[in-house]
Design a protein around this ligand. Structure first.
Ligand code: TRP
Ligand code: ZN
Length: 478
């Protein structure tokens, strides 16, 4: 019975999402060359045409040659792919650079670039369940991809400006600089080989494994063994200075700052080691061997939780923003979204850690809870599953999501709340998650009453009343 309610909830949110899903202008169908067919997309409820449901990309090996004084890149991407069904055609997301050639295994195959897709025709269909590699060589200018989830004001993807290049992709910018299955559900590991003019420094997601300078070029390699969503991959190239911090539990911390960055911006990150330790106590081990931040020369961009190397603007931020991006390494990067409609599993959870941190510093939760509620009270209310791209990063994802967790906590008590979160992370680390996965854990540990507590926040659209005693959080009995 309880599971039925869960299923019903999940089904309802899906149905809602499907109804209002926006179609992307990904593909002018009239432009399809002979022999190619229209790809069907992965079927995400917010971005249905991105990705391909027949592919599981397990690893991307990317070689990128770039120069921060120009906006062109050339690359070679080797994708390790598992066919999830028989493939008569393989479709990848890719926008911008011109594809010079595609090989399947070692053999050249026919391809077409149509809209934001790279379509590939295997000479004979790829059999379901086979693993294969695709090699794509390309060169050109990454597309100008504007962020549909925030109204188009923010450029996404590979960006070159002010003497540097950096990558900021959430939600759909990754395919501006490498061909990929651009849906968060399909996580993959990465090998990066980055080639830039000598005198520039390159940092990227993962552990640095090689750096050589020869003939006026510097090559730097990175390895990321853990699967992450495509949007979480970052690369920064610039006149950068690397600074290390002593990390807890053998975690290497390296921050990349523009050489002329003022100290007050660096101060934002002073507490990173303590924050890693704090979050690890709540959610289990930090998921990667390395962490740090890369500060872009641009003071205007919002901070993004790029994997193992969060990206920040060149302006001072609150330390809670540093904590928020760090928390996304668990919520978003390690546990990745199975569908964009579940974005509150990223933003609501990362936001809630700001309250946990405040309490650990001896501060009251009350001002935060009130501030979150006030933000919600002056914007249109909605249930937690997002139904269109403009909702992905609205205040409901962040604050209604966080308040739903607080409602759960007050209902089940601190001990069980802590177990629910730890269990959820332990069970789904390195995997994709849906709202029903979290509700399943909450119900298993907290019972029906846990679901009842979250229900009004989940379903909506009305904003539940600010409950009496809501901000009088239970005592810190940890
Ligand atoms: N995930 C980011 C955060 O809350 C917000 C965000 C979404 C973003 N899309 C972005 C930031 C694109 C920079 C660029 O931490
Ligand atoms: Zn966030």
């Amino acid at each position: 019975m309880k599971w039925l309610i869960l299923l019903f909830l999940a089904g309802m949110s899906l149905a809602l999402a499907r109804q209002t899903a926006q179609q992307l202008p990904v593909l002018p169908l009239s432009a399809l060359p002979d022999g190619f067919s229209a790809p069907s997309g992965y079927g995400d409820s917010i971005y249905p045409l991105l990705g391909d449901a027949g592919l599981d990309v397990t690893h991307y090996d990317l070689s990128l040659r770039s120069d921060p004084r120009q906006d062109t890149i050339s690359g070679r991407a080797v994708l390790s792919i598992m066919a999830l069904r028989e493939l008569n055609q393989i479709s990848l997301d890719f926008a911008g650079p011109k594809v010079l050639g595609v090989k399947l295994g070692g053999r050249a195959v026919q391809h077409a670039q149509v809209g934001e897709k790279l379509l590939i025709l295997p000479p004979t269909p790829v059999v379901a369940g086979t693993a294969f590699t695709l090699t794509v060589a390309y060169s050109g200018t990454p597309a100008l991809q504007y962020d549909s989830s925030t109204g188009g004001g923010l450029r996404l993807g590979w960006i070159t400006q002010a003497g540097g290049s950096y990558v900021l992709s959430e939600p759909d910018g990754a395919h501006t600089f490498f061909p990929c299955n651009d849906v968060p559900a399909d996580g993959a590991s990465y090998s990066l080989h980055l080639d830039v003019p000598a005198g520039y420094t390159t940092v990227a997601s993962g552990v640095q494994t090689l750096q050589v300078t020869a003939a006026g070029r510097t090559r730097t390699d990175f390895e990321l063994a853990q699967p992450i969503p495509t949007y979480a991959l970052t690369v920064h190239v610039g006149k950068l200075k690397l600074e290390t911090q002593a990390g807890p539990a053998g975690i290497q911390i390296r921050n990349a700052f523009p050489v002329d960055l003022p100290d007050d911006v660096k101060a934002t990150f002073a507490q990173t080691p303590a924050m890693i330790g704090f979050l690890a106590e709540w959610f289990g081990p930090y998921p990667y061997p390395v962490y740090g931040v890369a500060v872009s020369a641009d003071p205007q961009i919002p901070a993004l939780e790029t994997a193992t190397l969060s990206t920040f603007p060149a302006r001072p931020e609150q330390p809670t923003t540093a904590l928020h991006e760090l928390a996304h390494q668990w919520f978003g990067n390690s546990l990745r979204l199975g569908d964009w409609s579940d974005i509150w599993l990223n933003e609501g959870f990362a936001t809630y850690t700001e309250l946990l941190w405040a309490q650990s510093q001896g501060q009251s939760a009350a001002p935060l809870l009130e501030r979150w509620y006030a933000r919600l009270a002056r914007t249109p209310a909605r249930g937690l599953p997002a139904t269109q791209s403009l909702q992905l990063f609205d205040s409901s994802s962040y604050f209604r999501g966080a308040l739903a967790l607080h409602a759960l906590r007050l209902n089940v008590g601190d001990g069980r709340f802590r177990r629910i979160l730890a269990d959820y992370v332990g069970r789904f680390a390195g995997r994709s998650v849906r709202t029903a996965d979290f509700l399943g854990v909450a119900q298993q540990i907290g019972g029906q009453t846990a679901l009842d507590a979250m229900q009004p926040w989940l379903v909506g659209p009305q904003l539940p009343p600010f409950p009496k005693g809501f901000s009088r959080s239970s005592p810190e009995g940890f």
